[in-house]
Each structure stands twice: as C-alpha cells, then as structure tokens.
Design a protein around this ligand. Sequence first.
Ligand code: CO8
Length: 297
Amino acid sequence: MLNTIMSPSVLSQLSIHSRHGRVCVSPCFSLQQRNNSTSPKIKVDLDSSTGVAVLRMQSPPVNSLSLDFLTEFCINLEKLEMDRSCRGLIITSTLSKVFSAGLDIMEMYGKSPERCGEFWKAVQEMWLKLYGSNMATIAAINGSSPAGGCLMSIGCDYRIMADNPRYSIGLNETQLGIVAPFWFKDTLVNTVGNRAAELSLELGLLYSAPDALKIGLVDQLVPEDQVLSTAQDTMSKWLAVPDHARQITKSMMRKQTIDKLLSNREADITNFVSFITKDSIQRSLRMYLEMLKSRKA
Ligand code: CO8
C-alpha cells in the first residue's frame, strides 16, 4: 500500500532493491519465468521478464463485482503487491463488450444488513488496494465500464479504452436511485476535476468512449484489437521511471484521499448498510433490475 511507502525502512529497501527496470537485476528478473495463476473469476499472468502482470476478469455475463469476485480480486492484487518481480499491473476483461458492469446489484438487493456490510467492506478493500498500489496500474478497458467498473478504472494510474462509441463508462449511480459515496466522488474529482465530476455524478452520466476521452475520464482511445498491446507498450514507459520516485509521487497525490476513507471506514460501512437496506432504495434497485431485464426482451 502506498501509505506505507513513506516509512524510512521501506524507502531504504526501495533504493537498495531499485525496481527500476534498467537498474534492477534481481535474480527473479533474469529468469524470465511466468508466474501464472488462475482462479474461477480472474486469471493472472505475470511475466517476470518484464515485471508486468495482466489480470483478466473472466466472470460472465458481465464481470459484476460480487463478494466472491472482490475477494478473489483482492487476493490476487495482494499476491502481486508482495511479489518483488511484479512492477506493473494491467487490468482487462476476457468478455466481449464488457469490462465490468460494476457492483453486483444482487449483492445489494434483498440481502441482510450483515451481508451488505461484508460486501461493502470488500468494495472498500478493492479500492484501497488498487488506488494505493505500489505497482504502476493501467486499465485496458475493452468494453463498457459503468459504476463500480468505472471506479476500478479510475483507481488505476492510466486508462486506455477501445475506440467504440457503443462502449460507455461513468459513475451512473444516481440513475439507479443510489448515491456514489465520498471516496468514489473523490477519485472522480482527482481524475476529471470538480466541475466535470459534479455534472457527471449529479446526472449519473455514462460517457461514450469519445466523450470519456474529451473530459479526461480515459487517457487514450485505440482500436479495439489494440487495447492490450497499447497497454503493454504504455506500461514500459511507466516502468522506465524509477519505481521509488513514481511510488512516492503517487502517494503524494493519493494519500489524502486514501486516508479519508481509512479514518472513516466503519462509518462508511454503517452509512452504506442503512442506506441500501431502506425500502425506498430497495424499490429503486428492483425497478432498475427489471429495466435491465426488459431491455433484453
Ligand atoms: N449486477 C448484477 N447483474 C447485472 C449487472 C450488475 N451490475 N449488470 C448486468 N447484469 C445482468 C443483467 O441483469 C443480465 O441478467 P440476465 O441475463 O439474467 O437477464 C445479464 O447481467 C446480462 O446483462 P445485459 O443483457 O444488460 O448485458 P449487455 O452486454 O447487453 O450490457 C452492460 C452490459 C452495459 C454492462 C449492462 O448490463 C448494464 O448497463 N448493466 C448495469 C450496469 C450498472 O448500472 N451497474 C451499476 C451497479 S452499482 C455500482 O457499481 C456502484 C454502487 C455504489 C453504491 C453506493 C450506495 C451508497
């Protein structure tokens, strides 16, 4: 986590074992081995020769972020974070058309307060781990990415999206009758600025890929079949920067936002549970689910 990297002992470790690709020649780097791990919903391929891991979300139909999914995601992230040979992470989807549909609405509908609390803690954990990662992180957004999918994308350092106007991205929570919490809002403000975030959040806007580029919600659009290769090329530029300098700078930019949630975690869980279990909010979620189903019919 970034909020630990300011400690002198970690700083000295970083400078001794500089993770800068052109300087570091630790034994695991030269082995060029691939550390692959597959779990049901997520597949991770780590290329130790480049220090880059590709995490593929593979949970049909829409990579929704259920409690199980989030748990797997966090375990994978933690493993990579601990692995000295891993310096960069690319997140993408194996599904056609969808990066992630965001939080699994079924986890918020008709569930007990205890279960909702457990779920929300996992959502917090996902964001804390990703936004605070020491790795350079790139979202290779090869499909639609609403709500929690957008949060995951803006939790990364850089976003490359498929140049397809049918794909959309944004924090559309108000459209579901729910409210994006302060740390979703803060992450969006940090990405696109206050005014664009205000418009985007109040109206629950989903942006087409070209519009997302215009407001800076994504950094680059490329043809769909080049999303991953462009992410790989871009990652090599990020990894050309000495890790310790990039990490300390990232911490400087993000620590305040992260600390705000860390010091309000329990209250945030309590707020979420009391909000989401309200009858009126449950009704809104039911209507939204029905709308999703009727769109198919
Ligand atoms: N959760 C659960 N199920 C979902 C979700 C979801 N987020 N999204 C889609 N599904 C289901 C659909 O209901 C459908 O189910 P079924 O096959 O049983 O009918 C199936 O997945 C396939 O969906 P589509 O047919 O719609 O798939 P498409 O490929 O046509 O479209 C989209 C993919 C664009 C992703 C589309 O499914 C979509 O727009 N989904 C809704 C996305 C959304 O609005 N997500 C918001 C989730 S809320 C969130 O992430 C943040 C909440 C913060 C809470 C704060 C409270 C305080």
